[in-house]
Design a protein around this ligand. Structure first.
Ligand SMILES: CC(=O)N[C@H]1[C@@H](OP(=O)(O)OP(=O)(O)OC[C@H]2O[C@@H](n3ccc(=O)[nH]c3=O)[C@H](O)[C@@H]2O)O[C@H](CO)[C@@H](O)[C@@H]1O[C@H](C)C(=O)N[C@@H](C)C(=O)N[C@H](CCC(=O)O)C(=O)O
Ligand SMILES: Nc1ncnc2c1ncn2[C@@H]1O[C@H](COP(=O)(O)OP(=O)(O)OP(=O)(O)O)[C@@H](O)[C@H]1O
Ligand SMILES: N[C@H](CCC[C@H](N)C(=O)O)C(=O)O
Ligand SMILES: [Mg+2]
Length: 495
């Protein structure tokens, strides 16, 4: 594409140099630049992409997108906001791929990955070629790709959406994080349905206050657009958890048709008669398209919420409720979410991804419902992330567990001992007896000790890292999988 064609997408942008420069690809990372690329200089949180312009040019970049004119020997497109420009140019360069698929996005503090998996299953069982983007992976057309975060940067996202379109994908279900909304990573992505799971505390390091955090998520619903159409395939839907206190806010900011789900309110999709065992969860559901009973193979009341969100998102696609039921009942579970580790031992070991106060509380309450013996909880909190959630998670662990092992999650560049101490504040505030908790920085050792002390009928819950197959200490990422370590510990157990 010619630089001038890209420039024409931005009314106030100015080309400095040759407008007929052919740009073969777009790139935001100097380390990835190939000859012929247009390099977009992004002012980041840690470094400024403008400082890498020279490197990009040396690597073969033929033009730059900049917020200030640079002294480089290639044409520049001067813009006011290069993040915004990136979203516009990426959408244009890849010919608006999101408009060629049915886009379903899921936002919320917890349950995004789970809900996207459920929607993906229903849509593909219904015969739609469905793609998925989120924390665990991206997958479409029978292939899977690793992810480094939850929601890709605008340029990577548009490139991936275009690849999905080329592979004949009809529908894309993706997680939309609050970071992504705040940074404009999904600007230009045209969603048909936006799903809200819940809003509880997390990421206050980044969003500073719950209002700001809620505001970031609200952008998703506000950006669904402001128009209505007689073409049913182009209608927009906001699927909202009516039991969450933030529901009214999200409903107030969207112009889309609202579909509510919940247990307590008079919702469009309403679950009742919930029954939870260690094997699964069953419930009755009344919807605007009939009623049925559903037996999930996944454990936990929170999964009834995730299932209701998926039911609502599928019903607006005119998928019959009985087909939705059939799909949901065959989902075995999601990687690292309440995943049982079974080596034939006499006690239960569960690996879960709960890494927020609400997530931990939900999973511990669930475990308590079916635990016949003690609940032994192993968990930690990530470094370089929200510090204020640490004591809250400590309090919750103490409240719902008999024994707590406080350990490292991904300490990143923080001192692991200090992270454990932040968590301990919450434990000691409620005067927990000292023999009910142990602090062990080494996560492997903590898992081994928890499993070593387990008696028949106890439940060992290992929370926080779920599907992760690594641990980040400092800036080094090493292999680490709670499920593998738990298995080794069970096999090595002395009694
Ligand atoms: C705070 C945050 O979101 N940061 C993201 C952001 O980083 P940044 O703006 O600081 O970028 P930077 O590293 O300063 O670099 C600025 C620019 O210089 C470029 N650069 C940099 C170095 C170089 O040698 N050459 C070069 O060109 C970079 O490519 C970039 O374009 O842009 C980077 C590139 O896209 C992301 O990798 C990075 O995610 C960091 C690693 C991160 O940890 N993000 C987390 C907090 C996050 O976004 N999480 C959410 C999930 C949350 C949830 O599940 O609820 C997610 O959606 O993943
Ligand atoms: N609807 C829910 N409400 C509260 N907690 C939930 C819900 N669904 C799942 N959880 C808990 O949160 C953990 C993470 O779930 P999931 O991975 O689906 O959430 P997520 O929103 O994708 O997380 P992330 O922000 O890391 O992408 C689960 O392991 C479970 O303990
Ligand atoms: N998406 C979440 C994942 C947290 C997972 C936990 N294991 C950690 O590393 O803190 C985040 O970026 O905050
Ligand atoms: Mg996720």
């Amino acid at each position: 594409m010619l630089l001038k064609q890209l420039a024409s997408m931005l009314t106030t942008a100015r080309v400095i140099g040759e407008p007929n420069t052919e740009c073969q690809n777009l790139q935001t990372d100097s380390r990835q630049v190939q000859p012929g690329d247009l390099f977009i200089c992004l002012p980041g949180h840690t470094v400024d992409g403008h400082d890498y312009a020279e490197k990009a040019v040396n690597a073969g970049a033929v033009a730059l997108v900049v917020e200030r004119e640079l002294d480089v020997p290639v044409p520049q497109l001067l813009v006011k906001d290069s993040r915004f420009a990136m979203a516009v140019l990426a959408d244009s360069f890849f010919d608006s791929p999101s408009r060629k698929m049915n886009m379903i996005g899921v936002t919320g503090t917890n349950g995004k990955t789970t809900t996207t998996y459920l929607i993906e299953k229903i849509m593909s069982d219904f015969g739609q070629k469905t793609g998925l983007i989120g924390t665990i992976q991206m997958r479409y057309d029978g292939r899977t790709y690793p992810m480094s975060g939850t929601t890709p940067e605008a340029l990577d996202l548009q490139r991936s959406l275009n690849d999905m379109v080329q592979a004949g994908t009809d529908c894309c279900v993706m997680e939309v994080s609050s970071h992504a909304l705040e940074q404009g990573r999904v600007k230009g992505t045209e969603f048909r349905t936006a799903v809200f799971t819940n809003l509880t505390q997390d990421h206050l390091d980044y969003h500073h206050s719950m209002e700001e955090y809620r505001g970031a998520k609200g952008l998703f619903f506000a950006r669904l657009g402001n128009g209505y159409t007689t073409d049913a395939s182009k209608r927009k839907f906001a699927v909202i958890n009516a039991d969450d206190p933030a529901a009214a806010y999200f409903i107030s900011v969207t112009a889309a048709e609202v579909i509510t789900y919940g247990m307590e309110e008079n919702a469009d999709v309403r679950a009742s008669q919930i029954s939870i065992t260690s094997q699964g969860t069953s419930f009755h559901v009344d919807t605007f398209r009939g009623s049925t009973d559903i037996r999930l193979r996944m454990v936990g009341k929170f999964n009834v919420y995730n299932a209701m969100a998926a039911i609502a998102a599928a019903l607006v696609e005119d998928i019959p409720l009985e087909e939705i039921k059939r799909s949901l009942e065959t989902v075995p579970g999601v990687d690292g979410r309440v995943e049982a580790v079974d080596e034939g031992q006499s006690f239960a070991v569960i690996v879960d991804y709960a890494h927020t106060p609400d997530g931990l509380e939900n999973v511990l309450r669930t475990v308590k419902e079916f635990a016949e013996g003690r609940v032994i909880c192993v968990f930690g909190c990530g470094g370089d992330r929200d510090r204020t959630k640490r004591p809250l998670m400590g309090k919750i662990a103490a409240k719902y567990s008999d024994i707590v092992f406080v350990t490292s999650d991904n300490p990143r560049t923080e001192d692991p001992d200090l992270i454990l101490k932040d968590i301990e504040q919450g434990l000691i505030e409620d005067a927990i007896q000292p023999d009910r908790y142990t602090m062990i920085v080494d996560r492997r050792q903590a898992i081994y000790e928890a499993i070593e002390m387990a008696s028949p009928a106890d439940v060992v819950l290992i929370a926080g890292k779920g599907h992760e197959t690594y641990q980040i200490i400092g800036t080094t990422k090493t292999d680490f999988d709670d499920r593998i370590i738990a298995k080794e510990a069970i096999r090595g157990k002395s009694n």
